[in-house]
Design a protein around this ligand. Sequence first.
Ligand code: LRY
Length: 227
Amino acid sequence: MNDLLDSLKGQLVVSCQAYPGEPMRHPETMAQVAAAVVEGGAKAVRLQGLEDIRQARALVDVPIIGLVKEGHEGVYITPTLELARAIADLGAEVVALDATPRPRPDGLTVAETIAQLKESHPGVLVMADCDCVETARHAVESGADILGTTLAGYTDAREKTVGPDLELLQDLVREFPDHPVIAEGRIHTPEQARAAIETGAHAVVVGTAITHPTTITTWFAAAVAGS
Ligand SMILES: CC(=O)N[C@H](C=O)[C@@H](O)[C@H](O)[C@H](O)COP(=O)(O)O
């Protein structure tokens, strides 16, 4: 396993993302959030958007998992080779991309995307955002380095679980012992993060529960209102 993956074993990664139209949707803000979570112990950060990645790169030394979201339908997490290369150009050590076999807007397969990215950017790692075991299989066959449960519950492949999809995590850990599996998606408490590690996750990505104040506020507001 390479040094970067070694450094993430049993560690917390924090996803720092704001969504279109939101008050915190600003690259400088997200770069500052990234710096703040590193102070709290995040051993890597996951960032969306080229400008966010560029500005965070200047502020943090920990590995960056970069992605660009484009559109909402079908493949929207780093859907093209061009975007994957642009992310790697900015110094992100890991490029995250949708690894489902669904059609991609540039007409390339996941295998072609990964091969051509690695040709132009040797050393970059690819995190395959998966929604089910079949996608993970497809990702491994396509040359992905890391498997993530990121898309579980966000496609038709599986029901959306209330917390993290630990069942999928367990299946991936069992079926792909040679690939680090990162737990990501709906991990909202430290206990859930720990449960993911105990289920065999190589690392845990937490986003919303740490970096999305609007959502966190709705949890508290609802509790206070008793609804
Ligand atoms: C499905 C999708 O597009 N997930 C995105 C992937 O980058 C982000 O919107 C999530 O915040 C991230 O995966 C972390 O998950 P959570 O915010 O649940 O801790």
